[in-house]
Design a binder for this molecule. Sequence first.
Ligand code: PEP
Ligand code: MN
Length: 337
Amino acid sequence: MIIILKENANKNDYDSLIGMLTDRGVKVSGINGVNHNILGLVGDTSKLDIDLINAQPVVERVQRVQEPYKACNRQFHPEDTVIDVSGRIIGGNHVQIIAGPCSVESEEQIISTAEAVKKAGATMLRGGAFKPRTSPYSFQGLHEEGIRLLLAARKATGLPIVTEIMSAEHLDLFADIDVIQVGARNMQNFELLKQLGRSDKPILLKRGLANTMEELLMSAEYIMAGGNSNVILCERGIRTFETYTRNTLDISAVPLLKQRTHLPVVVDPSHATGIASLVEPMSLAAIAAGADALEIEVHCNPSKALSDGAQQLKPEKFEEVMKKIKPMIEFCGKELG
Ligand code: PEP
Ligand code: MN
């Protein structure tokens, strides 16, 4: 971190800034320029409050040299993080296909969908029991009953379960769930992230609707700072001026996140586009870009779905998509499952 000081800085203010910085464990070295004096900080600056430094009377401007995230930074952890989800490996040479309905609607629906996606080659099951809906009048999910039905679907198929949490108050209900998803709308629910940091469950953290990659990484950092290093990032499209798709899939986020961090990256082509016919091409693009998993919505009868009907694939279409995905995974030198 570099601090550029104001001209004619007051000596007392200067001393108090230096005291504040050294108290926080960083080494400070000064460079005296013709017009400005500069301080270079060496050490762990990730815990320094940049706003507080900016607020000091002698400070003109502060510039970060190092990223503000440490635990998820590849610089400090060069090897890929590989997460074992009940025997399924996320990261490294593996590609997992997480498929299932947007919402869990009934026992018959989730079990028949789980069986269909497994038959087509999916390696994990998704399904929402707590649904973050824009309207309070839309279907909100089956809650506790939905979790019970997901566990029944796991028993029937052996597929590990991914499902979304919306409040830390519900954490006990997720005790037997394999991967807890934090949805786009909760990416910056910091109290929830802190609670999940105390758990040892794998967390699938989705990028917020209008969040930068750095903000996504800072949210991952919240979970990791609490002691849980099992974080999986998910690119699910961001909001742009485009209206032909539900969101804009930021495919460049996949290789970029993998450069900046050691965490696995998942792509959700269903929420990214909102259009069932775009799921196949975006799935292929995501795997080519280096995604460690895909999360795809599949429903036996999308036109009757209680949420996200337009983007869900019928099982027959999902089977076709899987037939295209498999050779792409091989082409990338990876293996399915
Ligand atoms: C979901 O996966 O069910 C979901 C609501 O997605 P997102 O949080 O990405 O909108
Ligand atoms: Mn959905």
